[in-house]
Design a protein around this ligand. Sequence first.
Ligand code: B12
Length: 226
Amino acid sequence: MDGAAAEVAGALGELRARYLSAQLAGNRREALRLVIEEGVARGVTALQVQLHVIQEAQREIGRLWQENQIGIAEEHMATAISHMALAHLYDHAPRAAANGKHIIVSCVEGELHDFPARLLADALDLAGFEVRYLGASVPTSSLVELLCRQPPDLLALSVTMSFNVPALRAAVQQVRARVPSPCPIVGGGSACGWIEGLAQELALAGTADNALDAVRLAQRLLGVAR
Ligand code: B12
């Protein structure tokens, strides 16, 4: 994180704490009000709210869950609120001019953490990419069929759990073997950070551990000006 980004993250700390409280209270209206009225309406970008408020609150939810301070029910409630918040931001945020480049964002087969991929898809979309977002656990064979029918310029595969890394390997291998002129593939999600050398092993065009760096990576790979 550079100096300016660290400053924004710090300034959004209080908003994140209030958003997290609203999540834990199950207060959907307050959570939506916070991201819009206290976020984008005050000049914070949608991406900054996505990363420094919603993403960080989700990670905190994970920590509370791991430490048994909240149960699965509260985690589900909190994550459902974050899905709503993303949709609300998507609707309210300005979108950059369309750049004509097509990206498919998909979770690998078995991967149920679609929230990280959804946040990524929204960020790419708001940056001007044409995004087709496929959601959770997409069967590899079906992904390959879609890529053959409607090839994108870039494929972004998301994998959070390390036990789903074999599905990432299978998807990359199947896409390269079965799609005529396959596009570059980028990977991300926590599992990519947990397994050293994965990007090199799979000859991925790149990886990123957050949506901002992922947008920059896609812009660089596809020759799109920032
Ligand atoms: C919500 C949640 C769930 C929900 C998912 C809901 C959903 N629709 O996504 C449910 C209940 C389904 C779930 C299930 C499980 N979960 Co869970 N989950 C979480 C939680 C709390 C939040 C996830 C999230 O939204 N993170 C916020 C996102 C925005 O951040 P992010 O993941 O870093 O994403 C960014 C980057 O990675 C990057 N990125 C992501 N994808 C890609 C792709 C590309 C191409 C690129 C370039 C970048 C990129 O951009 C994203 C946006 O900036 C996390 C905690 C955490 N730390 O994340 C645990 C967590 C990931 N889960 C965990 C566990 C253990 C599980 C289960 C095994 C629990 C169980 N016993 O059943 C299952 C496994 C399910 C499966 N088969 O996939 C553990 C994993 C621990 C580990 N090291 O293995 C965590 C860390 C919780 C914890 N602290 O223990 N989970």
